[in-house]
Design a protein around this ligand. Structure first.
Ligand SMILES: [Zn+2]
Length: 139
């Protein structure tokens, strides 16, 4: 069995945009951020200029509590490149604030993945030193 762990050799690096820069600045401070629409209250992610629910243009950044449950997952046995260690497990997490985070599971065996597993976010560096969010089961 192989414990799922961060991809510290991964050479794929996020490129912040004018909309996503606050998200990545939060990650650099080990703070998970998402947008909330002032008009309708919807939580929004990925970062955007307007609300996905009502097209409202007044979005405010909030700090997430970093907790959620697995909404969907998969296990990758054949890595996309030589700098990824397999297996790894991309997951979609339903965050407690009502938004979805695309991340990867760490700290458990891939056989432990299941919809509804409670997780918490933690940050680990990729090859360029940038911190990215991973999730780990709450024990
Ligand atoms: Zn809205």
């Amino acid at each position: 069995m192989t414990m799922l762990r961060p991809q510290d050799r991964a050479g794929v690096s996020p490129v912040p945009t004018m909309f996503s820069a606050p998200y990545w600045e939060g990650c650099a401070e080990r703070e998970l951020r998402y947008q909330v629409c002032i008009a309708c209250g919807a939580a929004n992610h990925t970062p955007a200029a307007v609300c996905a629910a009502c097209d409202g243009a007044d979005l405010q950044w909030r700090r997430s509590d970093g907790r959620g449950v697995i909404h969907s997952w998969t296990v990758v046995m054949r890595p996309v490149g030589p700098d990824f260690d397999a297996p790894y497990a991309p997951v979609i997490v339903a965050m407690s604030e009502g938004w979805f985070l695309l991340s990867a599971m760490i700290g458990c065996e891939h056989t432990e993945l299941s919809v509804g597993v409670e997780v918490t976010v933690e940050f680990h560096p990729i090859a360029d030193g940038r911190l990215v969010p991973y999730v780990r089961p709450v024990r």
